[in-house]
Design a protein around this ligand. Structure first.
Ligand code: TMP
Ligand code: ZN
Length: 419
């Protein structure tokens, strides 16, 4: 493991080496390393998972960086096509205010499923993604995708071939990137002077407020506030002009930035959100240290609840096998002894094991047919959609445990199940 993990002493945004230690999960398996069923013990790649806050720019960050090729060269996370995400994407397309023929460049474009929405609205689209297996799928569906990390060189190459982009989009991948400066150089190499950068990240304030400790894993290097993103973009001549909240991935923000000389006005939402971050004390230590304390409580509560149900002979299964589910099971000390299996819609995950906990992953139909007494909702960020859809399971007496922010059990009011 030594060769693919390194400690990053300097803050990736401001370059300082002055950290407030927040929380440590110890040496943990890489959350996306879904193992084949015959993986020998110890096959999981592990790395320290430690969170700290930069005392300079207040970036919340992991202290260790795993080689991106090891994490993303072959990636098993396929962009969600859930109603929640697709509706969110349609709104992003509608709000983008682009004209037919405009160029949209997305980095971290995964299988191209979201760029396809822009294409259907008449825009020209180019994706950039380091996951070769996913870029192949995207190219297969006709979304031209460069299978490389997004850099100044790649940005310049796209600009030379297709012209300047009216929008550069990075959804739910900015937090995965160590060399954010290189990516912003890439943005500037391809963004039109009148264009806009849109970056969507899980929002630090939501993570802290809802105790989303399971979203901390090696792929998520950075946990951004608007204030820190504004500092970072400013270092590259980009000015934040708007921000919106989005109810995806546990509560996200979409931050819009434009070249400094652009005529775009700054919308009032920007100052409002920055003021709120100040009020919450994000520039002090309190919110982070309180989060760390609550994380310890949550780990114990979730673990105790599931272990006691298993000890009473109830069957518990995981609903969804997201990377954050790997984190949650391992952080709460849960294994296949307590959680029999996880269901997941992703074919690339089915038939494999969750890393560390070694819980087997099955297709949703198979998992539902086994009728566990409880589904631990590892994909809790889709709670409304999933619980709404699984009414039959609930009405037959099944229950969901929603682990975040605090474990709660959901049952159908009319169900006649044992407690
Ligand atoms: P995400 O939270 O990172 O999008 O990952 C969600 C995981 O949960 C992904 O592996 C797909 C899976 N999933 C299901 O199995 N069923 C569902 O209904 C949804 C919405 C997601
Ligand atoms: Zn910093």
């Amino acid at each position: 493991m030594q060769e693919i993990v390194r400690r990053a002493d300097r803050c990736r945004v401001c370059g300082r080496d002055d950290w407030l230690d927040v929380v440590s999960f110890g040496e943990t398996p890489l959350a996306g390393d879904f193992l084949p069923p015959d993986a020998p013990p110890g096959a999981e790649r592990r790395a320290p998972l430690e969170v700290a806050v930069c005392r300079g720019c207040r970036l919340m960050s992991l202290r260790h960086v795993v080689d991106p090729e090891a994490l993303f060269g072959h990636y098993r996370y396929v962009s969600s096509e859930s109603d929640l995400i697709m509706n969110h994407m349609r709104r992003l397309v509608a709000d983008a205010g682009l004209d037919a023929g405009d160029l949209v460049v997305e980095f971290g474009s995964n299988t191209g499923v979201h760029l396809e929405l822009f294409r259907r609205a008449g825009m020209r689209v180019v994706g950039v993604d380091p996951a070769r297996n996913l870029a192949e799928i995207a190219n297969g569906r006709g979304v031209e995708t460069v299978a490389e990390p997004f850099t100044a060189t790649v940005g310049a190459r796209v600009a030379a071939r297709h012209g300047r982009a009216a929008m550069v989009l990075g959804r739910q991948c900015f937090a995965h990137i160590h060399d954010v400066h290189e990516v912003l150089d890439g943005v500037n190499a391809v963004l039109d002077p009148a264009g806009v950068l849109a970056v969507e990240v899980p929002y630090l304030v939501e993570l802290l407020a809802s105790d989303e400790f399971d979203t901390i894993f090696h792929e998520h290097l950075s946990y951004f506030s608007l204030g820190t993103l504004r500092t970072l973009f400013g270092m590259h001549g980009l000015r934040v002009v708007d921000v919106r909240t989005a109810p995806v991935h546990g509560g996200s923000i979409v931050v819009y930035a434009a070249p400094r000389a652009s005529a775009r006005d700054e919308r009032p939402a920007v100052a409002r959100m920055l003021a709120r971050e100040d009020e919450l004390g994000l520039s002090g230590d309190g919110p982070y240290l309180e989060f760390a304390r609550r994380t310890e409580t949550a780990r114990a509560e979730i673990g105790d609840l599931v272990r006691s149900l298993a000890a009473e002979g109830r069957t518990v299964a995981g609903y969804g096998a997201p990377a954050k589910g790997s984190t949650l099971l391992n952080a709460c000390g849960l294994t296949s002894e307590h959680v029999r299996f996880c269901t997941d819609t992703t074919a690339l995950k089915q038939g494999r094991l969750m890393p560390g906990s070694r819980v087997p992953i099955v297709a949703p139909e198979e998992g539902l047919a086994r009728r566990p007494d409880y589904f631990l909702l590892l994909a809790w960020n889709y709670a409304d959609e999933i619980i709404g859809r699984e009414r039959a399971y609930l009405e037959a007496g099944g229950r969901f445990i929603v682990p975040v922010p605090r474990p709660r059990v959901v049952s159908a009011p009319s169900a006649v199940a044992a407690p």
